[in-house]
Design a protein around this ligand. Structure first.
Ligand SMILES: Cc1ncc(COP(=O)(O)O)c(C=O)c1O
Length: 394
């Protein structure tokens, strides 16, 4: 007799497939010999030393206990200071900031705090894999708006508007974008603001994890900067990408206290608090690491140019990304699907990248290449991609 596990699992959880990115990590790990990995959405830099030191010192000083649920007040104040400096935004550290376990927890908290079963959530694809899953886990209904290379993968106001119904609870936007590297400028956001003003009930969840990785003007741009929307924009942000702090597992939500409070409630019951050590690192990161992140940004920008040129040389069309650390070239000219392209490239050339359809159906025909890797690896990988494309012509 075997136990019927299948019938015990929540239907909402069972219906969500495992992330397609995982499959390619696992394949790459199983491969014999050296594999160049341009598949990971994680900085190859180590966390700047001063940030690590702040974390170490907190342990030496005995901060090995729970923090307040929303986070240490000094860490929240440091985040508020950063948001003021970089975005010109003002938040109350006592009630409008919640320190989370990475940006990931922020996405989940928003879904759980806002969605009633059947509520629709507009998701702009291609996008980070967690958006759709968190909505589905919370019994929401994802409504997909697809962005296109001919529009530089920007969210188009008319396309957003046509997806809005009276069931729309919130919209998730993620720029600078994973996986395309697209940016929305202040002017682009102004057009989205004009749509949202017509629908005063809709909340915005704005994922800005890559806000510092902007190679156009270096300045974050956000819907939260429009005073007309301030009361209904919740920003998901953090330190994982721009500060190379993925392992610290720390991020934050910033928004009006009426929306943050229910998220604090879930966080309080389910998580208690973000790691105390990481919260000390946050103070140093938010207050004193501007030069460190500028150095990393310059290096990514250099790699970005190399990768765009490499893709051009390989004969692959690629929209020019100005954000995050990804390129999203079109591989339709090879006649392969995204998965075939990635699988064959891995098996034949030992280069790991990710199929574009892992980030939404409209990513089919594209692949995500991360340039969070050494310049040496990027150059070698581009040589191999060129060989691969030539060998598979026709
Ligand atoms: C767009 C985006 N948002 C959020 C996250 C989650 O970040 P964190 O590591 O802070 O949980 C990621 C991670 O890849 C991401 O790409």
């Amino acid at each position: 007799m075997s136990f019927d596990y299948e019938s015990k699992i929540s239907k909402a959880v069972a219906a969500v497939p495992p992330s397609a990115i995982r499959k390619f990590f696992d394949l790459a790990n199983e491969m014999q010999g050296h594999v160049i990995s341009l598949s990971i959405g994680e900085p190859d830099f180590d966390t700047p030393w001063s940030i690590r030191e702040a974390a170490i010192n907190s342990l030496i000083d005995g901060y090995t206990h729970y923090s307040p649920n929303s986070g240490y007040i000094d860490s929240r104040k440091a985040i508020v200071d950063y948001l003021g400096r970089s975005y010109g935004l003002t938040y109350d550290p006592a009630s409008e900031i919640l320190i989370t376990v990475g940006g990931s927890e922020g996405l989940d908290l928003a879904a759980r705090a806002l969605i009633n079963p059947g509520d629709e959530v507009i998701i702009v694809e291609p996008c980070f894999v967690a958006y759709k899953a968190t909505v589905e886990f919370a019994h929401g209904v994802p409504v997909i708006v697809e962005t296109k290379p001919e529009n530089d993968y920007k969210l188009m106001p008319e396309e957003l508007e046509s997806a809005i119904t009276d069931k729309t609870k919130y919209i998730i936007v993620g720029y600078p974008n994973n996986p395309t590297g697209a940016l929305m400028t202040k002017d682009d956001w102004a057009k989205i603001r004009d749509v949202l003003i017509k629908y005063p009930e809709i909340i915005v969840l704005s994922d800005e994890l890559y806000c510092e990785l902007n190679y156009l003007d270096g300045k974050p741009a956000s819907l939260a900067q429009f005073p007309e929307l301030r009361e209904r924009v919740v920003m998901v942000n953090g330190f994982s990408k721009s500060y190379a702090m993925t392992g610290f597992r720390v991020g934050y939500l910033a928004g009006p206290k009426e929306l943050i409070a229910p998220m604090v409630k879930i966080h309080q019951y389910c998580i208690m608090c973000a790691p105390s050590t990481a919260q000390f690192a946050v103070v140093e990161a938010a207050m004193n690491a501007d030069n460190e992140i500028a150095k990393m940004r310059d290096e990514y920008n250099h790699r970005r140019r190399v990768i765009i040129q490499g893709l051009k040389d390989a004969g692959l069309d690629c929209f020019t990304p100005y954000g995050a650390f990804y390129a999203f070239p079109c591989i339709k000219s090879t006649g392969m699907t995204s998965e075939e392209f990635c699988e064959k490239l891995l098996l034949e050339k030992h280069v790991a990248i990710v199929p574009g359809n892992a980030f939404g159906k409209c990513g089919e025909g594209f692949v995500r290449i991360s340039y969070a890797a050494s310049l040496e690896d990027i150059k070698e990988a581009m040589k191999l991609v060129k060989e691969f494309v030539e060998e598979h012509k026709g």
